[in-house]
Ligand binder design. Sequence first.
Ligand code: PBG
Length: 369
Amino acid sequence: MLSFAGRDRGTSLNLQYEFCILWVFCVLALWGKEEYNAPHMNLPIRPRRNRKSAGVRGLMRETELTAAHLIYPMFVQEGEEDTPIESLPGCTRWSVAGIVGECRRLYALGIGCVDLFAVVPEEKKDAAGSEAWNPEGVVPRAIRAIKAAVPQMVVMTDVALDPFNSYGQDGIVREYEDGSYEILNDETVVALCRQALCHARAGADIISPSDMMDGRIAALRAALDAEGFEKVSLMSYTAKYASALYGPFRGALGSAPKFGDKKTYQMDPANAREALREAALDAAEGADFLMVKPATLYLDVIAAMRAATSLPIAAYHVSGEYLMVKAAAASGWLDEKQVMLESLLSVRRAGADMILTYAAPQVAEWLRE
Ligand code: PBG
């Protein structure tokens, strides 16, 4: 060493440096070896084996989300305009011609069912909501046009009075002198039957009452059958909660209640057992399938209903649920595609057979990629 130092100080330093590196490598190698030599756990059962590759994970997957599971809620309005909806980015208030074109595109994408909602100008609203059963109203005209152009598209229609009556309530309103009011049940059911028959005559495949009046499933079934519409299905909004997540939808339709709330007919978000009571009634009254709404905040209700009935179950991923994902994605905080797909998959996993969602066309496109 000394002679090295005497001859060439620089070389000696270099060598010391190299020894240092060697030493560090040895330590690192030993460390690695130590880790590698960790005691082998005696674990005959290793769940990770079922996740070891994409192929194996595919074999194990319990739940699937495909375009065939999706129902697309659509808004149809008078006139020739197709107007983008500010409160529901990606959605449109369609003209009749516009909705036909869009249904062609949707069907090609693999979306097999649309649910129609009417946008009604204020001047056509009255206390009874009578525009709801006008055979020349925008919904019956849209049904006829869609069925003529895309006959295989399953056309579902919303039945309730809120877009049509001047109160923005789902039923007929009786006002009292002291300023209080009541949403009348039995009178409303008569009106819903008129609305449903109007849609059935126009060619609707599925009627979906979203009003939450008592006894409407039995009454609708009887009214449809009496006119020979025994093939027209009923999807009941079985457990529709008085949720704060409907805001963007009401903005899209201009259908927000003019006073009060909907708590005397929509369910209390605190209740799950009550949903099973509604489910038993709907099944007994002849509903073809049931629905829970909203979806992602009510997965427990979907699961409980799945366990309690053999009827198919739908879930409505409502405007507020859609918007929460869209808004977070627009701010750059969440990945829209991943979060939307995970949300809808969770609804399927909870037990829903089908999902109504404003993301349907986008999801169908993503699933094709
Ligand atoms: C009303 C109806 C509502 C929705 C569907 N049908 C709103 C309400 O009950 O006030 C909400 C749908 C959504 O928020 O996406 N019959």
